[in-house]
Design a protein around this ligand. Structure first.
Ligand SMILES: [Mn+2]
Length: 384
């Protein structure tokens, strides 16, 4: 049996002024064409369907189109909520959709939903765990002290009485670590502070494959078959080097699962470019790539430039971040907030020169010094 594993679609996501709608339409179409090519039995969608708990109408329409396209192809769909989703809103139409093989677990109601499929190797159980916190699980399992995510999820799994003789898949959206080793993170993930939300991968030992969402870089956690598939698109500049993909798993008998990654091709990339303005505007190595990419530009020019973002936008249509990095912006390790020596014995020009140097990492030039000298003299200061 074959499954595609995706997560963290974050439909409706914006990054600064960039609206990813067009990018998301394209990438979901590409996922549909991967479905056509690979003909999976099911698609596992491991949470963060939407970017916000109340998604805009355009986001709901886009996901509706995606589900309709999957249903037309008779692909079974398994959806759990992520921390960005509203559990109850995602649950809308759950019973009706379940009748059309679109299985949704938006809100946790005391135990995991299980869908059982079968093939020539026997039964295969797909368990759906919506995003849960200890406080949510504690409402249903009262006899234990579930004060951590790990204990809460462990209690839910134990209550499911999983038959280890059969093949079992879990779809979940949690922060999973491996013996204290954390997954590789990105800036677009929202993870609660304090590190108490981690769950050790060993908690999932009874599952043959664990389809995870939450972390935006594709990676395995411990064994090959406990995996984050990552986002389909780059959602922050910290993800520039990621290779986004759809994870494909093929299961025959219990001990043989093949995992592969199918690369995705966005219409626009996210790029960080760093150089002098003129180079960014004219050098082949920058402009030969797609100039509609989302850009974080770092200018290294020493002199001030008039309207740098306007100039960049004549070439790059989607500049989202502009930064300067030159001698002036360098953090001066010796930088002081007060002047050195006995300030009562130093003249104002001398003090100003020191201040200017601390602020800008360059000395006053002759013209500036002359200007200041005139100014201080006019103001009545004594300059020796
Ligand atoms: Mn996410």
């Amino acid at each position: 049996m074959k499954f595609l594993h995706i997560s963290d679609l974050h439909i409706g996501k914006k990054l600064r002024e960039a609206d990813f709608t067009e990018d998301q339409i394209h990438i979901l179409e590409e996922i549909i064409s991967i479905v056509d090519d690979t003909k999976p039995d099911g698609i596992l969608i491991a949470g963060d369907i939407y970017d916000r708990s109340v998604p805009p109408a355009s986001a709901v329409n886009l996901f509706d189109d995606f589900l309709t396209n999957l249903e037309k192809r008779s692909v079974k769909v398994f959806i759990v909520s992520g921390n960005h989703d509203s559990p109850e809103r995602l649950n809308f139409g759950k019973e009706i959709m379940g009748k059309n093989s679109i299985y949704i677990a938006g809100a946790f109601k005391g135990k995991m939903d299980r869908v059982t499929l079968s093939d020539e190797y026997g039964q295969i159980n797909i368990y759906l765990l919506p995003y849960v916190k200890p406080s949510i699980v504690s409402n249903f399992i009262k006899e234990m002290d579930l004060d951590t995510y790990e204990k809460a999820v462990q209690a839910v799994i134990e209550a499911a009485e999983i038959n280890r003789e059969q093949r079992n898949i879990l779809v979940a959206h949690q922060y999973v670590t491996n013996q204290g080793i954390e997954p590789e993170r990105s800036d677009s993930e929202v993870i609660s502070v304090g590190g108490l939300d981690n769950i050790d991968a060993a908690v999932f030992d009874s599952f043959d494959y664990v389809a995870l969402g939450h972390i935006h870089r594709p990676q395995k956690i411990g064994r090959e078959t406990v995996r984050y598939c990552g986002t389909p698109l780059k959602y922050s500049f910290s993800e520039c080097n990621h290779k986004k993909s759809v994870t494909c798993i093929q299961i025959t008998d219990k001990n043989s699962i093949e995992v592969s990654q199918i690369p995705l091709h966005p219409i626009r990339d996210l790029r960080v470019i760093k150089d002098k303005l003129d180079h960014l505007l004219y050098d082949e190595k920058y402009i030969s790539k797609n100039c509609d990419d989302y850009i974080h530009a770092i200018l290294t020019d020493e002199e001030d430039i008039y309207d740098p973002i306007g100039k960049l936008r004549t070439v790059y249509s989607n500049v989202l971040i502009l930064e300067k990095e030159n001698t002036k912006t360098k953090v001066n390790e010796n930088s002081k907030t007060s002047a050195s020596g006995d300030v009562t014995k130093r003249n104002p020009l001398d003090l100003f020169e020191e201040f200017y140097q601390n602020q800008n990492n360059v000395e006053l030039n002759d013209i500036q010094r002359k200007l200041l000298l005139d100014l201080f003299t006019e103001l009545g200061g004594e300059i020796e």
